[in-house]
Structure formats: structure tokens, C-alpha cells
Design a protein around this ligand. Structure first.
Ligand SMILES: [Zn+2]
Length: 94
């Protein structure tokens, strides 16, 4: 097992998949595999600052290439859930 930091990948959402963007998402990142534009939620941004050697790649490339080392940034799932709740509440008001 190789657990070197730069063997991991940080999974990001493609910039065109706006339905997956949470509040505070930043654009302008690039998938190191396919070169598509990706966006990182705040948890991902923080993870990248703490682990600058980690490569960013899109969900599709991550799943195809390295299923064992794919990881969501700590807190990313909480952000997604919070965003889903926000959308659900907005949906109820409409
Ligand atoms: Zn990609």
C-alpha cells in the first residue's frame, strides 16, 4: 500500500454540474486527468490548502481510475446534505 499524500486524489464536481454546487463553491480548478473545469466546495478548498500535493480530478475520472484512493474532503458530505436541505426548503416555499 502506498499512502503517500500525492497518491490521493481530491474529487471535485464538474463546473457544468451546477446542481451539485454548494454555497461558497469556487470555480477555476482543472481535472488533472481529462482537463475539464471543476469546482470545489469550501471543504474541498480547505483540503487542498492543507494537502497541496493532492491532485484534483472530476468525479467521473476518479471513479474510473482510482476507486481505492478516492476521497471526499472532510466535511464535504455535510455540505452536500446542508445544501440539499436548503434546496428542499426553498422547494417547499414555492
Ligand atoms: Zn476528469
Amino acid at each position: 500500500m502506498n499512502d503517500a499524500p500525492d497518491d490521493r486524489v481530491l474529487v471535485a464536481v464538474r463546473t457544468d454540474q451546477t446542481e451539485c454546487h454548494v454555497a461558497g463553491t469556487r470555480h477555476g480548478y482543472t481535472c488533472f486527468k481529462c482537463g475539464c473545469g471543476v469546482s470545489l466546495a469550501p471543504a474541498g478548498q480547505n483540503f487542498l490548502i492543507a494537502n497541496p500535493a493532492v491532485q484534483v480530478c472530476c468525479m467521473e475520472c476518479a471513479i474510473l481510475s482510482k476507486p481505492d484512493s478516492v476521497e471526499l474532503a472532510p466535511g464535504a458530505m455535510d455540505e452536500l446534505i446542508a445544501e440539499a436541505v436548503r434546496r428542499a426548503k426553498r422547494h417547499q416555499q414555492n
